[in-house]
Design a protein around this ligand. Structure first.
Ligand code: FAD
Length: 385
């Protein structure tokens, strides 16, 4: 069996690694010459970590991951702690810890694990064609690739999604802008072993440790789409949006490097249940684009990869049947993740300010139990125990 994987991001790379490990011949085609991830870092929750462990990356991942032992929410004006608790109960319940990692390093680890030289860069798919016994991808340089099965891991702007669904989907603006980057750890801003989040006014400022003494930081602000803001204006923009916020937030704004700070208008796509058509499977953001509010988009792509490789390797009723089993195992799970993230997004970002204010109040009495049990439920819904 030969698998064609379109896209070499988190989903495509994980799928290619998984298929190769199961002895399936793979070829990966990536549109760009050099992959530049859209964000600075990503939190890999234990369900994603288990998938990477399963795919043979346990040791390299540990070297990239930050040590996040505590979680805290802080009041935006005074910086007072609203709640702070250990993440150990979560780790004990699910059997693995979360790892925040720099995206460029994650991407490098994935490509090295698969075999960087085996990825064909600069190959942008324009369309796909299926016959009774094969599937072909056509690239914008006029070339093509044919295989038995095609994995469409071409991201949120997927061109293959429309072929699978038979209609075009629209990305939905979630109503807020996210700025993110990396900065050296400064414990006057937040403890080095803690996921710290300042909340107020429907906005948030968050810091997570990654390897090499760095914080992954992000700022979220509810804003209209299409504002004329970019890296040139980032410090002024953040100072304006976070005027009156506590000293650690001001310090963080003064320390960020505008040249490496990303500004992203956050979107998702209304979930759909069809993930496959014939010999083609959507995987990762092409099949389920989510807001990052529960940090599960990349983890879900890792889960997809593990499940897909399993059904292709263990099924004897043919490729189309195997893909239908993949769809059956994944469609409800990924829909649930997208909708959970959307709900969290609305509460966090003041869609109804009274609800958000109530959440701030609830945080003051939070012991960690409610938050961790919600996380546990999400994590344990993954394919690996
Ligand atoms: P992508 O990473 O987008 O990769 C798609 C690849 O396909 C790209 O390399 C692209 O160049 C290539 N491609 C596109 N079109 C074509 C084409 N026509 N032909 C060939 N190749 C093509 N997830 C988490 O798990 N935890 C987090 O903490 C987290 N935080 C996030 C924070 C932000 C601000 C954002 C925006 C997302 C976050 N996510 C997080 C989500 C995560 O980044 C995505 O879910 C993940 O990157 C999806 O991987 P993918 O491989 O499906 O898509």
């Amino acid at each position: 069996m030969k698998a064609i994987v379109i896209g070499g991001g988190i989903g495509g790379a994980c799928a290619a690694i998984a298929l190769k490990r199961f002895g399936i011949e793979t070829a990966v085609y990536e549109a760009v010459k050099e992959i530049k991830p859209v964000g600075a870092a990503i939190s890999i929750w234990p369900n994603g970590v288990k998938c990477l462990n399963y795919l043979g990356m346990k040791e390299p991942l540990r070297k990239l991951g930050g040590q996040m032992r505590f979680m805290a929410y802080k009041d935006y004006q005074q910086g007072q702690t609203m709640t702070r608790f250990s993440m150990d109960p979560l780790i004990q319940s699910v059997g693995e810890q979360p790892y925040p990692v720099a995206r460029a390093e994650l991407q490098s680890m994935l490509l090295d694990t698969y075999g960087r030289d085996e990825v064909q860069f600069g190959k942008r798919v324009t369309h796909v064609e299926e016959s009774a016994d094969s599937v072909t991808a056509w690239f914008d340089d006029g070339s093509s690739a044919t295989g038995d099965v095609l994995i469409a891991a071409d991201g949120t702007h997927s061109v293959i999604r429309q072929h699978v669904l038979g209609y075009a989907t629209e990305r939905r603006y979630a109503g807020y802008v996210n700025w993110n980057g990396l900065v050296e750890i400064d414990e006057s801003i937040a403890p080095a072993d803690q996921w710290t989040t300042f909340v107020g006014e429907g906005k948030r400022v968050s810091l997570m440790p990654v390897s090499d003494n760095r914080f992954y930081f992000f700022f979220d602000v509810p804003l209209p789409k299409g504002l004329q803001e970019d890296r040139a204006t980032v410090r002024d923009d953040l100072q304006r949006y976070f005027a009156g916020w506590a000293e650690p937030v001001q310090k963080l704004i003064s320390l960020i490097n505008p040249d490496t700070t990303n500004r992203i208008e956050i979107h998702d796509i209304e979930p759909f249940m069809q993930l496959v058509k014939g010999r083609i499977a959507l995987l990762g953001d092409s099949g389920h684009s989510t807001t990052p509010d529960i940090g599960q988009g990349g983890c879900a792509a890792m889960e997809d990869a593990v499940v897909l490789a399993n059904v292709l390797q263990t099924n004897s009723l043919g490729i189309e049947d195997a893909l239908l089993r993949y769809q059956e195992k994944r469609a409800y799970r990924v829909k649930d993740l997208v909708l959970k993230a959307r709900k969290r997004c609305d509460v966090t970002h003041g869609k109804e300010m009274a609800v958000t204010e109530q959440w701030y109040e609830d945080l003051k009495t939070e012991t960690g139990e409610r938050i961790l049990s919600g996380m546990c439920e999400t994590i344990l819904g993954g394919p690996l125990e």
